[in-house]
Design a protein around this ligand. Structure first.
Ligand code: NAD
Ligand code: UDP
Length: 348
């Protein structure tokens, strides 16, 4: 019998890649997504690619805060574990609309934890973020490094982690993994699924890709005076397929009877500057990315990259891909889907 996994936010960028890896790994997958930041076409593409495994995927469109809908789902199906991606993720928007972020990310998590507890499903993988390391004094960041929040989005991740730790403290039959993702980029090598953010992208690579396909005139580089090799910010970019595989490793860990609640970084351990990333993308795509040099973006850290030791040792997981593959797959997705999944409703 295959294990049944509830994936919240499974139509989104990281969710859709994880759903595909789960199906290919023999899991049964139930997705709940409101589609407020995604398209159902991502799941149709996942189904096409999953071939014989496709019948093991089902989809329910509702908001996690819709408690009657969540209750009905838990009453009708048994889940072995939940992977919780659903939430809002735009840092700038969270500063403009903090309550919308607290409402979605915090109330959504509470509704989920309550439904899980009520139905005796106590295995959870929670999407946290390297944003909780703020501007780290020491790199690489390991799981014991100090954490803080620099904006409301970051606060929801910090509180989300705390809530999970408290739930575990109150009832040690829970098994919870908090995954701190570094910078997910790239797309499935097929080019069928990838990142399709609504509106103006916040993140570097979705912006670069939109410049490459002619949707935006130039990339603005935020900060050229950092104390880094070329003055631009350094991050730990990780291929989204490696990240998706990290969730399978986490699920395996949750089946360990002695496991409790623990945090793991998912990164590569390598720092890459903005200019290095742009150069790698230009090489992979053959496209020239016009640049506009600008001042630092408020709230941005100088250098952030992961210590990957704990995940390697305890989850038996290690990222396989480097930035050349990330950029190759980002371009493959972009060139095949220049306007994302639903070009006719583009919000440009
Ligand atoms: P995404 O926006 O592509 O996916 C999130 C999905 O959740 C979307 O499909 C959206 O429609 C859905 N959703 C949002 N609120 C919902 C709700 N209340 N009920 C049901 N569905 C809801 O984002 P992503 O990049 O795939 O990120 C997934 C998770 O990983 C998020 O929690 C995000 O904060 C976290 N994360 C992302 C990054 C990143 O750079 N992409 C980095 C660190 C952490
Ligand atoms: N960045 C940039 N221009 C952009 C978007 C991002 O120069 O249009 C830089 C940003 O300052 C940071 C790096 O790219 O140094 C990664 O930014 P992103 O928002 O993707 O990730 P985060 O800062 O959240 O780690």
């Amino acid at each position: 019998m295959s294990l049944s996994i509830l994936v919240t936010g499974g139509a989104g960028y990281i969710g859709s890649h994880t759903v595909l890896q789960l199906l290919l790994g023999g899991y049964k997958v139930v997705v709940v997504d409101s589609l407020e930041n995604s398209s159902q076409i991502s799941l149709e593409r996942v189904r096409e690619f999953a071939q014989d495994h496709a019948p093991k995927l089902s989809f329910h469109q509702f908001d996690l805060r819709d408690r009657p809908a969540l209750e009905k789902l838990f009453a009708s199906e048994e889940f072995d574990a939940v992977i919780h991606f659903a939430g809002l993720k735009a840092v700038g928007e969270s500063v403009q609309k903090p309550l919308m972020y607290y409402d979605n990310n915090i109330i959504g998590l509470i509704a989920l934890l309550e439904a899980m507890a009520a139905h005796g499903c106590k295995k959870l993988v929670f999407s946290s973020s390297a944003t909780v390391y703020g501007w780290p004094k020491v790199v690489p960041c390991n799981e014991e490094s100090p954490i803080c929040a620099l904006n409301p989005y970051g606060s929801t991740k910090l509180f989300g982690e705390e809530m999970c730790r408290d739930v575990y403290k109150s009832d040690s039959t829970w098994k919870i993994i908090l995954l701190r993702y570094f910078n997910p980029v790239g797309a499935h090598p097929s080019g069928a699924i990838g990142d399709d953010p609504r509106g103006i992208p916040n993140n570097l690579m979705p912006f670069v890709q939109q410049v490459a396909v002619g949707r935006r005139p130039a990339l603005t580089i935020y900060g050229t005076d950092y104390g880094t090799k070329d003055g631009t910010g350094v991050r730990d970019y990780i291929h989204v397929v490696d990240l998706a595989d990290g969730h399978i490793a986490a699920l395996n860990k949750l089946s360990d009877p002695s496991f409790g609640c623990k945090v793991y970084n998912l990164g590569t351990g390598k720092g890459t500057s903005v200019l290095e990333m742009v150069a790698a993308f230009e090489k992979a795509s053959g496209m020239k990315i016009p640049l506009v040099m600008a001042g630092r973006r408020p709230g941005d850290a100088e250098v952030v990259y992961a210590s990957t030791e704990r995940a390697e040792r305890e989850l038996n997981w290690k990222a396989k891909y480097g930035i050349d593959e990330m950029c190759r797959d980002q371009w493959n997705w972009a060139s095949k889907n220049p306007y994302g999944y639903e070009p006719c409703v583009s919000t440009d």
